[in-house]
Design a protein around this ligand. Structure first.
Ligand SMILES: Nc1nc2c(c(=O)[nH]1)N[C@H]1C(S)=C(S)[C@@H](COP(=O)(O)OP(=O)(O)OC[C@H]3O[C@@H](n4cnc5c(=O)[nH]c(N)nc54)[C@H](O)[C@@H]3O)O[C@H]1N2
Ligand SMILES: Nc1nc2c(c(=O)[nH]1)N[C@H]1C(S)=C(S)[C@@H](COP(=O)(O)OP(=O)(O)OC[C@H]3O[C@@H](n4cnc5c(=O)[nH]c(N)nc54)[C@H](O)[C@@H]3O)O[C@H]1N2
Ligand SMILES: [Mo]
Length: 760
């Protein structure tokens, strides 16, 4: 299987390479932000939107799920948040004339970058059966087509309803309600590819799949371990929190195969001092081998256990379960094996241990570097063991901090977007709406692709996102999608998923975060939940990108009426007219949202959802305690002559949305087809810096996948490892290569070989 760079695309991928940088943000970041923002929005609109980002009367930044502090700056956004806003608030438009001029085959030949650059979609579009291009369609007809196809299914389980994490609480609540009234739990979401491993590990061990810290906890911590995360690019506002923690005396350890600039030095654009010199953030950099984290934490745990007085015995006795078994397993941790798995020196681990023992309040933050491996769930469980040992959960300045990606991915899950919903949630939903939700589990992302591939699913509906662009095994996934009877995308911008369609396809254009949303009941706002369980309102203030757009809640409500007809007693029309009526229902169904509307009115800053472990050391697990676990240590074994490839984000992208072709901090300019390899590994494999290689992945069933034409960059990553950007490398990740338990694609550990490239 081969993924080719797009042909017929005017965008030139010609990477130039300079040495990586050692500091993030600062003046270049501001210049870069304003240039991109003005290109897309013009000067006035730039000022008007950027000053509303993350303000109490403004909209939630569509960039990431990092929380806002209580005291807000005038400019409460970062470079990459501003890019996300500019991307949405752009003045460029994709009109019916555009679709008339670009047949489907042409769209399929374009890069994701080119597609995204065309602007906001202005009207609903239909690709008719046998048609070669999208045509304008009325909203009424579009919903009639959805109804026709859904009603024709042999079973409701032949339909799939995907959600990407920008969707508001209100829209997400309506979508899951509709899916369940229709009769399925097939609600895959981007979380399945993202923090599902965190959710799985945390639910089992502490009883709730969410982080246990607030911003204040980070500020008060003694030690913050940042493992498998690149905040300088993906959560830039987190750097301010780390800077503040450091000012309060905290130490920081980063665990990463790459020396990421943001963690080395941060030039805070909000302080004059920061702009000049910046602050060093890292106290210790553990340059780990990909996939070595479970081994590292296991050995640290053994060493803590061996240190007199280091374990918080009272906490362990009062609040935990499974300690003896864990102690036995940890006792077997072995120095040599750990050094092999991690590639670290003994002295580095000893230094880390000293810092761990010196800390009274420890937080561990992580993101995709921990969640996207075969053994991600046991890895995160080991992080929990590590925190439990010293009582670092449920007290100020300490806890677990999985840093979420999409700005409302956590909220969508809270609203019931989940293929394996808790029975108690369905009971409450059924009682409130007088329906009978199905109890059988639905399909997650990977199972959904398999179901399309095998003809088990026939209608695919996406509330946002770029399903075929974001998922693994591109060729398999695209072929699967093409087997669908109908594919429907609720979208703001064009992407690859609009070009890879079922027999019929619909594009339903929608309002984004920045757009003003006026319904029959007046001006509306929506709500989101950030990575630290804070729920707050988001209000757009720009005139919508086109008069033909519908909001996400309106689209679901109208689809539900068309599909369910008189058979539904749910007041869909009322929900569309006034979102407060949706919130009234959420308040009665979802624990923690009691008096939802009143509480939002009382405090525009929002409210924090209850969290048993954080609030009162109450662990709602099966044992009623926090669970130690004792899984065997795993790490990837890489055959000789092969590299372990991680697929990650550049500085100029938001997942599959490409803002530009640079990765400034890593010294890459003007291209994305690069593979970063340690100079000695590259030399041993016979690849000079600047040579071109095909990446060929090798899977256990003997199959191979190829991504051709990557410029080799000699780069200081850990030995035996390599890195290249997603989504170009998704073709290399086999659909069956997923994390145990969470079924998350293992897109951070792909065994590859480099082959001399025919194409430069
Ligand atoms: N600007 C911008 N912001 C974003 C996004 C974006 O694309 N652009 N995406 C959003 C989303 S949905 C998400 S989920 C987050 C993603 O945020 P991140 O998780 O920071 O994103 P990645 O680029 O995948 O980076 C993974 C990091 O983990 C490291 N890593 C890889 N493998 C390992 C390993 O085995 N062990 C350890 N310790 N480290 C490892 C990599 O070197 C890299 O630093 O960001 C969100 N915010
Ligand atoms: N190889 C590899 N694959 C990965 C990852 C990886 O690290 N490596 N990361 C995974 C992760 S963490 C994630 S979260 C997924 C991301 O998967 P997705 O969430 O599916 O992908 P995005 O690229 O974020 O989706 C972008 C599209 O969303 C639409 N959009 C933007 N704003 C809105 C809005 O307000 N409403 C609606 N309806 N649509 C909107 C636009 O049309 C845009 O083109 O990718 C995963 N895939
Ligand atoms: Mo994500």
């Amino acid at each position: 299987m081969v993924s080719k760079p797009p042909v017929g695309d005017p965008v030139q991928d010609a990477p130039q390479v300079t040495p990586p940088q050692h500091a993030a943000a600062g003046l270049p970041a501001i210049g870069h932000t304003l240039r991109i923002a003005q290109e897309q929005m013009g000067l006035r609109r730039t000022a008007r939107t950027l000053l509303k980002v993350n303000q109490k009367d403004g909209f939630d930044c569509p960039g990431c799920a990092w929380p806002e502090g209580d005291k807000r700056h005038v400019a409460e956004f970062c470079e990459n948040g501003a890019k996300a806003v500019a991307e949405e608030a752009t003045l460029r438009r994709v009109t019916p004339e555009f679709f008339a001029a670009h047949p489907l085959a042409d769209l399929a030949d374009r890069s994701g970058y080119w597609l995204g650059q065309q602007g906001r979609i202005t009207q609903p579009m239909l690709l008719p059966e046998g048609g070669d291009r999208y045509e304008p369609v009325t909203w009424e007809r579009a919903f009639a087509i959805v109804a026709e196809e859904l009603r024709a299914l042999g079973s409701p389980d032949e339909a799939l309803f995907y959600t990407s994490g920008r969707t508001s609480n209100e829209a997400a609540f309506l979508l899951q309600l509709f899916a369940r009234e229709f009769g399925t739990n097939n609600l895959p979401d981007c979380s399945n590819m993202c923090h599902e491993s965190s959710g799985s590990a945390l639910t089992e061990t502490i009883g709730i799949g969410k982080g246990s810290v607030s911003l204040e906890d980070l500020h008060r911590a003694d030690l913050i371990i940042v493992a498998g995360q690149n905040p300088g690019t993906n959560h830039p506002r987190m750097l301010s929190a780390l800077e503040k923690a450091k000012a309060g005396g905290a130490k920081i350890i980063s665990v990463n195969p790459l020396p990421e600039a943001g963690l080395e030095r941060f030039k805070n654009p909000q302080t004059p001092q920061g702009m000049l010199k910046g602050a060093a953030l890292n106290d210790l950099f553990l340059q780990i081998r990909i996939g070595g984290d479970q081994a590292l934490f296991r050995l640290l745990n053994k060493l803590v256990l061996e240190t007199a007085g280091a374990v918080d015995e009272e906490f362990v006795r009062e609040h935990t379960h499974g300690y003896e078994e864990f102690v036995a397993a940890a006792g077997e941790a072995d120095w040599d094996e750990t050094l092999a798995a991690t590639g670290l020196d003994r002295s580095e681990i000893e230094r880390a241990l000293e810092m761990v023992l010196a800390s009274e309040r420890t937080v561990v933050c992580w993101a995709m570097g921990l969640t996207q491996h075969k053994h991600s769930v046991p890895t995160i469980r080991e992080v929990v063991n590590f925190l439990l040992l010293r009582g670092n959960i449920g007290r100020p300045g300490a806890g677990v901090c999985p840093v979420r990606g999409h700005s409302n991915v956590q909220g969508d899950r809270t609203m019931g977007i989940f293929e394996r919903p808790a029975p108690a949630f369905l009971d409450a939903l059924d009682k409130e709406f007088g329906i009978v939700s199905p109890r059988r589990h639905g399909f997650d992302v990977v199972r959904s692709i398999q179901a399309l591939r095998d003809g088990e699913a026939k209608v695919f509906f996406a509330m946002g996102g770029n399903f075929v662009g974001a998922t693994p095994d591109t060729e398999v996934t695209e072929a699967a999608m093409r087997r669908a009877r109908l594919t429907v995308h609720v979208s703001t911008k064009l992407n690859r998923s609009h070009a890879v369609t079922g027999t019929r396809a619909l594009i339903l254009p929608t309002l984004g975060r920045t757009d003003k949303d006026v319904q029959a009941g007046g001006k509306q706002f929506v709500t989101v939940e950030d990575s630290m369980s804070l729920v707050h309102a988001s209000r757009g203030n720009l005139p919508p990108a086109s008069p033909h757009l519908l909001s996400e809640p309106a689209i679901v409500a109208r689809m539900a009426r068309a599909v369910l007809g008189d058979g539904s007693a749910t007041p869909w029309e009322e929900f569309e007219a006034d979102y407060a009526t949706i919130r009234d229902r959420i308040a009665r169904v979802v624990p923690g949202f009691e008096d939802f509307n009143a509480r939002l009115a009382a405090d525009p800053g929002g409210f924090r959802l209850p969290h048993g472990p954080r609030d009162e050391r109450r662990f709602p697990t099966k044992t009623g305690k926090a669970n130690f676990t004792a899984a065997p240590v795993e790490y990837p074994r890489v055959p000789k002559g092969r590299l372990l490839l991680q697929t990650l984000r550049s500085h100029d992208q938001y997942n599959t949305t490409i803002y530009g072709l640079d990765d400034r901090y890593r010294g890459i300019k003007g291209g994305r087809r690069v593979v970063l390899v340690h100079p000695e590994d590259a030399a041993a494999l016979g690849f000079a810096d600047g040579a071109y290689a095909d990446l060929v992945s090798e899977w256990t069933d003997g199959s191979e996948r190829r991504a051709p034409g990557f410029r080799v960059v000699h780069y200081p990553t850990s030995r035996g490892c390599a890195a290249a950007y997603y989504p170009e490398t998704n073709v290399l990740v086999p659909l069956e290569s997923t994390a145990d338990v969470s079924n998350t694609p293992a897109s951070k550990s792909v065994i590859v070989r480099l082959e001399e490239s025919a194409s430069a």
